[in-house]
Design a binder for this molecule. Structure first.
Ligand SMILES: [Zn+2]
Length: 394
């Protein structure tokens, strides 16, 4: 029997734990109950240290505190139940049917979180001698503000992993790249006048329409990376203001969702939009959205809605080790990329720590109704996490 193998008892406990997590709602900023559940489970499983930090992140360590460190990074929060009437299976029921586990967060990503806890517990149970720490990090606020709570792990708690595995759903494929993103507001200024004499004013809606047309053309011309694909630009919201129904609008604001591919930066993305504004000769300002988020422990963080794209070389030792670990447990891994944002935006994009993604669940499923994860993938993922830790640290 290999050291990474989950004993039957552990399989049952892993499944029970994943179901308990699904039954416990954890909207962003309300992850407290789930956080305590995770801490209890880690303590019961003999982790060497378990704590909660100021942001309400839960971290469990197995292995010595010093030496090269491996972090498994999961998020505890889920989105809200979209279209409750479209769920045929109760979102908090954790029901099992035909080898699938259903519920809000089953795939994104309480399944992956439970698998990391049990994958690492397998090594704790056997008292495997490790060269450095394995941290199972469970963060909050990923859905509204990816990277914010992981930043706390690195910059306040002082964790300094050598490698990071983000355990968002990848269908047990190895993710080596992810798009960055920038959320911008673009505000067009006009001049009000009575709409019976529109020539006396400057219609902000008409000016905005010209900018939008320019953005539509810009969106066709963005940089393309051979692995990650092209950058993306979409206008996702628009609203205008006029003093009355009979007035020329003096203002029109829009939201731009910009996804960055490798080679693109936040400042490039802003500059491109500024060029469109200048070319159209309209009075407008564009800026990156900044907002405040509050953790379940009451901490308030100011965040900029921007993150960098990242990509790991195909030959990077961590990419290869993750592929080898997947093969150890019977998976034939392909290299792939994520189109959605994850905590990798911070670990790879900002902290520049080698990062890969690997998790149970279909990446097309998050944020849809009747969310599920294949139960067998939970066991395979847990074993792959053990196998990776053994390859890197045993
Ligand atoms: Zn997620």
């Amino acid at each position: 029997m290999s050291q990474w193998e989950l004993i039957p008892q552990a399989r049952q406990s892993l499944l029970d734990f994943a179901r308990a997590l699904i039954r416990t709602p954890s909207l962003p900023g309300e992850e407290g109950a789930v956080a305590h559940l995770i801490m209890e489970e880690m303590r019961r499983l003999d982790f060497d240290d378990v704590w909660m930090d100021e942001a309400g992140n839960v971290v469990g360590r197995v292995g010595p505190p010093d030496g090269p460190g491996l972090m498994f990074n999961s998020h505890m929060d889920t989105v809200d139940v979209a279209e409750p009437e479209a769920w045929q299976i109760p979102p908090f029921g954790a029901e099992m049917r035909d080898g699938l586990l259903y519920g809000l967060g089953a795939c994104d990503m309480k399944g992956g979180l439970a698998a990391t806890v049990y994958g690492v517990a397998t090594l704790a149970r056997q008292r495997v001698a490790l060269k450095g720490p394995i941290w199972v990090a469970c963060v909050g606020l990923e859905e509204p503000s990816e990277g914010t709570c992981t930043r706390v792990l690195f910059e306040k708690d002082g964790l300094n992993p050598t490698w990071v595995v983000v355990t968002e759903p990848s269908n047990l494929q190895v993710v080596r790249a992810q798009r960055g993103h920038v959320e911008m507001t673009l505000s067009v200024r006009g001049h009000s006048a009575h709409s019976s004499v529109p020539d006396l004013g400057q219609n902000a809606i008409y000016d905005a329409a010209r900018v939008i047309f320019g953005l539509e053309i810009l969106a066709e011309q963005l940089l393309e990376d051979p692995f990650l694909g092209p950058g993306v630009l979409a206008v996702t919201d628009i609203r205008s203001h006029a003093v009355s129904r009979n007035a020329v609008p003096d203002r029109c604001d829009m939201i731009i969702d910009r996804r960055l591919t490798v080679g693109e930066t936040e400042s490039m993305a802003l500059l491109e939009v500024q060029r469109v504004i200048a070319r159209e000769g309209v009075e407008a300002k564009v800026r990156v959205i900044e907002e405040e988020v509050t953790t379940h422990t009451g901490q308030v963080y100011k965040v900029r809605r921007a993150s960098m794209p990242w990509a790991m070389e195909e030959r990077h030792p961590l990419v290869r080790a993750m592929c080898d670990a997947a093969r150890d447990v019977g998976v034939r891994p392909q290299l792939t990329r994520w189109h959605f944002a994850t905590e990798g935006a911070y670990t790879a994009g900002v902290a520049r720590v080698p990062t890969v993604g690997f998790g149970p669940g279909d990446p097309a499923i998050p944020h849809t109704c009747n969310e599920y994860v294949v139960i067998d993938q939970l066991y395979t993922a847990a074993q792959a996490y053990s196998a990776l830790a053994l390859r890197l640290l045993a």
